[in-house]
Design a protein around this ligand. Sequence first.
Ligand code: NAP
Length: 279
Amino acid sequence: MAQLIDGKKISADIKEELRLEVETLKEKGISVCLAVIQVGTDPASCVYVRNKTRACAYIGIESKSYDLPENTTEEELENLIEQLNHDQSVNGILVQLPLPKHMDEDRIINLIHPAKDVYGFHPINVGRLWTGEDGFLYCTPAVIIQLLKRSHIPLEGKNCVIVGRSNIVGKPMAALLLRENATVTIAHSKTENLKELTKQADLLIVAVRKPKFITADYVKEGAIVIDVGMHRNEENKLCGDVDFEDVKPHTSAITPVPGGVGPMTIAMLMENCVKTVRK
Ligand code: NAP
């Protein structure tokens, strides 16, 4: 029977471990502070920011919120980031994406000091990811490694196929799997004979942004399947890039949507925040 990889439970475990660590750090006079910048009032961003500040409060991380109006200029945002880069009481800086259309997201992200870049988006942290140096890891791929490790699923020597090559999921996922000594293939929209490829995977990671794209005929019997996708279906219910009911009976382990990768993202972000002071 397939093992259900429980992201909710693992996320709660990580948050509890971090809460205890932050408590111990505070006893030593060390505090952790995350600055969260939001530009505009995009409803989804408001929910994400609220969830992040709640998680900070639970763990004992101080959070400073900067809610800027939609018409903020790039220069004003730049000045705020510069000020926070130099503020010694701030350990991590997070700019909630997407930014309004008049702003150049890449340029703004690159302004965050790499040592405070808790999202791991800065090119220096991306470089460190590929060279194997210590740096901040992109949250979603780091989540997947944690889910697998904490579910006692070995990766060394395994044949891993990632479907999707985005800069935030597919590519950094490949770098992290290589670190774990897995053999990695990345597939994308131009890949030929996708099914033949995915059917060879011991571990199949799916990030295609297409609801229920992966069905049982893409999956090797007994494979481990990680679903990164997140969509709302016609009934407003959450579903992933994997057709869970169809695929599950053919796997040895699988993440559900909701309750798999999703709930872990904030826990990994909190882990990166605490890492700023561990260093
Ligand atoms: P993305 O930037 O849209 O990338 C999708 C990737 O899928 C692209 O590389 C694309 O190939 C590939 N693709 C599209 N159609 C394909 C096909 N028919 N066959 C093979 N590959 C195909 O997506 P993303 O940002 O990586 O996100 C992927 C999913 O994960 C989304 O559903 C998103 O909502 C979800 N997500 C969840 C979390 C979380 O925390 N749970 C975090 C991030 C993202 P090309 O490069 O050739 O176009």
